[in-house]
Design a protein around this ligand. Structure first.
Ligand code: CA
Length: 528
């Protein structure tokens, strides 16, 4: 269907707007209000709604996203080449808990079918996860997982999957460096993700720096699993305070096959217990949802992210936990976060995380501008300021009730800021450690990103992407740009889909295709 020229202005104060039409618009295209393009403008890119003199502020989201580098008459294409990026806001004198969002009525009566765990958490999938202490064991564990899936899993129909928690950490690292705490607690807390039912089993090499008892100190695993009677398995120290461990260097192991046999025997006992888990009706307040974006374009902040923000508010109203992350994508809007903090302690924690990340980037001689990708710019995002304003919208309008450092586990309800890099894989990995049981991911350029450990619902920012990637995108928010649906419509659609997917009544596109990315740990500490 040929659509007449259409643009969207986000805020009445904005002096630029976004071209909506698929394929962009040619020079001379005239909008309903009489504005005429002076040059071709690609889809998602900005058009000047006013005449700009050199140095004038370019305003989108009612925020200065840059300054004109030259005179730009009304109808010009505004892109990264013609604007200068503003300096980042400082971390001094920020508004602290000044905004009291109007109280939203509780949302009651929404439920899903989940797996209740002994520690009070609720899973959305029933998965056996095999923790690894070091990368050396990764291929052996992957080999075992392939055999477990083929030979054991068919006997345990209530178990959805078997995954290896593989990673590149564990040895050759400065394990006593203060920042080593980040990757270590990340692996620990991922092993305790609600989808794994507390059935922690580990495979260790034996000589690595990250010893099993360092990864899982006594008392870490909150659930005392049923006693097992056959603890005399080869290379298996039995069920104890730091869970079940197979050590490949154990002298009892003679050859590769005996390592695989040990892992499979241990897996079988955990599968038996996992197989007894049953879904039960749980209130929507038991959802722990991580939201993030990747492969963003200028529509991300117009369609998908506002719809996710609306769903975030619905979840908070329902008493659930929602976390948003990606430090470099909120850094330019830090005042919007500190002002929305529920109390001064939360605001200070936000500032602490931003300052830590500023230092981290400085150590690598980088700054926040390293975030934007060529695809972001091609999609109409001129710089990190514009990208950040579109990214923060995912967090909705609720007060921010808590802050997590990278790799920490969430302990409270409401809207949480979980500090992570913006890298899709690292953010997803850290949100898994934080305890998400559902992940929502928006994309404009398109990415097949997913995780094996929790369902990932992908939301397309544009109808064109949703059409082309019809079997990869779960929700199309592009209908918001064309006026076929409202932000509220798509937000509710997403909220209802979350309950269906959390209940296992539906699979995500990526689950159906068995697509997932590897875990990627964040290791800010030195490697030796
Ligand atoms: Ca991301």
């Amino acid at each position: 269907m040929e659509q007449s020229p259409l643009y969207i202005r986000v805020h009445p104060q904005d002096n630029v707007a976004i071209v909506v039409n698929d394929g962009g618009l040619p020079e001379g295209a005239t909008f309903a209000d009489g504005l005429t393009l002076r040059e071709r403008v690609p889809q998602g890119h900005k058009v000047a709604l006013a005449d700009f003199a050199e140095g004038d502020e370019v305003i989108r989201y009612n925020v200065v996203i840059g300054y004109a580098l030259k005179n730009l008459p009304k109808g010009s294409w505004i892109n990264e080449h013609v604007i200068r990026m503003p300096s980042p806001p400082g971390l001094e004198g920020l508004p602290i808990a000044t905004v009291k969002p109007p109280a939203m009525p509780p949302l009651e009566g929404f439920t899903f079918e989940g797996y209740r765990n002994a520690d009070g958490s609720v899973g959305t999938r029933n998965i056996l996860a095999i923790t690894t202490t070091v990368q050396c064991v990764a291929d052996v564990v992957q080999h075992a997982v392939t055999r477990i899936k083929a030979e054991l899993l068919p006997r345990f129909p209530n178990v959805d999957d078997v995954v290896s928690l593989g990673h590149t950490y564990g040895c050759g690292v400065a394990i006593d460096a203060p920042d080593a705490m980040v990757p270590i607690r990340t692996v620990r807390n991922i092993s305790l993700n609600p989808n794994f039912g507390g059935e922690v089993m580990m495979v260790s090499l034996g000589c690595e720096k990250l010893q099993p008892e360092r990864l899982m100190p006594p008392g870490t695993i909150p659930i005392v699993t049923t006693a097992v009677d056959d603890v005399a398995d080869i290379g298996d120290n039995g069920a104890d305070d730091n869970g079940d461990v197979v050590v490949l260097q154990d002298e009892a192991h003679v050859g590769f096959q005996s390592m695989i046999d040990s892992i499979m025997r241990m897996a079988e006992r955990h599968l038996e217990r996992l197989n007894n888990r049953r879904r039960e009706t749980c209130p929507a307040s038991e959802l722990v949802v991580g939201v993030q974006c990747g492969g963003s374009d200028a529509f991300s902040g117009l369609t998908a992210n506002p719809a996710v923000g609306f769903a975030t508010d619905l979840l908070v109203r329902a008493g659930a936990t929602v976390m948003f992350s990606e430090v470099t994508e909120v850094r330019d809007g830090v005042d919007q976060l500190t002002s929305r903090a529920a109390n001064p302690e939360v605001a200070q924690a936000i500032i602490r995380e931003m300052a830590w990340y500023d230092d981290y980037l400085k150590r690598g001689s980088a700054d926040r501008s390293a975030n934007t990708t060529p695809g972001n710019k091609k999609g109409g995002l001129s710089n990190i300021v514009e990208k950040a304003m579109g990214s923060i919208i995912k967090s909705g309008n609720s007060p921010i009730s808590g802050v997590l450092s990278p790799g920490e586990k969430v302990k409270q309800k409401g809207l949480i800021y979980a500090a992570t890099p913006a890298s899709d894989f690292i953010c997803g990995t850290l949100q898994l450690a934080a305890g998400i049981n559902l992940h929502v991911f928006t994309t404009g350029r398109g990415t097949p990103y997913s995780l094996a450990e929790v369902p990932v619902i992908k939301v397309a920012t544009r109808s064109d992407l949703a059409r082309r990637w019809h079997d990869l995108m779960d929700v199309n928010a592009g209908t918001i740009a064309t006026g076929e649906a409202s932000i509220e419509d798509v937000g509710w659609e997403l909220f209802r889909l979350m309950l269906e997917i959390a209940s296992g009544r539906k699979q995500t596109c990526a689950e159906a295709l068995k697509l997932h990315n590897a875990l990627v740990l964040f290791n800010p500490a030195p490697v030796t």
